[in-house]
Design a protein around this ligand. Structure first.
Ligand code: NAP
Length: 317
């Protein structure tokens, strides 16, 4: 159960993602070694990247690297910016048809002009390791999940790792995207939390979020959630990943603790921050996921777990 309150001098416990991600990857590695030793096929992930977006290139590289770490085979399909929807669909269909491929991920966002929905719906649901296909979304909504989006599934693993029981608690998810907010709400509901979903049209957001024992924030706005949004002692999970490049914004977000971040900014040209003001969360929340070092590390680990799961289900391993 979640702690009800905390006194004003207590600092929140940090819920760090690294140990959780390592444990997930270690389990996948062990399972793959076992399959391999039994002469069973090793799962293979096909990563499809279209265009030259530098952030997408980093994400795909990290995913391919994680495959190598856990012993999953991988294929990287890098297509030019000029790729048409028909060309992309032809690749997806050939990956669907290949028995060697267990998981297909299309790195989003796709370049302008390519229809993400059409592409996602073409992926064989059995190979949909991102869990975005309507069949997998529907299964989750029905309470019979198979392949679940990696970020919310990773948050569930994080909560379990830190033995945070969500049953019966007031959980509030801020954000209703297909990638994070909606599947997150479904997963919590399935675990018997009482779930409220907020979005950009929610009236008096702070009044709603302040009721939450478990507050999960996936908005995409640096530091939007502050002390006025947080119930004392609550568990706060910050999914946001925003890059700040302006020193004034860094100062506004970190206050007197900005020096370290300003150093990062000077060195790298940007610093990664969440949707929650970390100083406020540390003072008011009971437990809090840092950015970086929290949820971000779990998404790739869960992609490995989903690829193994897709292979296991499809091949009957
Ligand atoms: P998204 O598709 O842009 O959705 C944002 C959601 O926030 C929408 O539902 C939107 O409401 C809501 N919102 C926007 N402004 C709001 C406001 N003022 N008050 C309340 N709600 C508001 O974003 P996303 O893909 O879910 O990602 C959210 C954040 O998580 C981003 O920073 C992203 O980079 C990060 N992320 C991190 C990971 C990871 O691995 N850590 C993975 C995925 C995403 P409406 O629906 O009404 O527009």
């Amino acid at each position: 159960m979640i702690a009800a309150n905390v006194n004003s001098t207590t600092k929140a416990q940090l819920l760090e993602g690294e140990a959780v991600a390592n444990q997930i990857k270690q389990q996948v590695r062990t399972d793959i070694e076992r399959l391999s030793a039994a002469g069973k096929p090793v799962p293979c992930l096909a990563a499809v990247q279209v265009g030259n977006d530098p952030a997408s290139a980093v994400y795909v590289r990290n995913k391919i690297q994680a495959c190598a770490e856990v012993g999953i085979k991988s294929e990287h399909h890098a297509l030019p910016e000029s790729t048409t929807t028909d060309e992309l669909l032809a690749l997806v269909q050939s990956l669907n048809a290949s028995d060697d491929i267990d998981g297909i991920l299309t790195q989003l966002p796709l370049p302008k002009g390519l229809d993400e929905t059409v592409v996602i719906e073409q992926i064989d649901p059995h190979k949909d390791v991102d869990g975005f296909h309507p069949i997998n979304v529907g299964r989750l909504a029905l309470g019979r999940p198979q392949l679940v989006p990696c970020t919310p599934a990773g948050i569930i693993e994080l909560l379990e790792y830190y033995q945070i029981d969500v049953r019966g608690v007031n959980a509030c998810v801020v954000g209703r995207s297909q990638i994070v907010g909606r599947p997150m709400a479904q997963l919590l509901l399935q675990r018997d939390a009482t779930v409220t979903v907020c979005h950009s049209k929610t009236r008096d957001l702070a009044a709603v979020t302040r009721e939450a024992d478990l507050l999960i924030v996936a908005i995409g706005r640096a530091g939007m959630i502050g002390r006025e949004h947080i119930k004392p002692g609550a568990v706060v999970v910050d999914v946001g990943m925003n890059r700040l490049t302006d020193p004034d914004e860094v100062r506004a977000m970190f206050g007197s603790a900005a020096a370290k971040r300003l150093e990062v900014l000077a060195k790298r040209g940007s610093t990664l921050v969440g949707d929650v003001k970390p100083g406020d969360a540390m003072e008011v929340a009971g437990k809090f996921t840092p950015v970086p070092g929290g949820v971000g590390l779990l998404t790739v680990a869960m992609l490995m777990k989903n690829t193994l799961k897709a292979a296991t289900l499809r091949r009957g391993l």
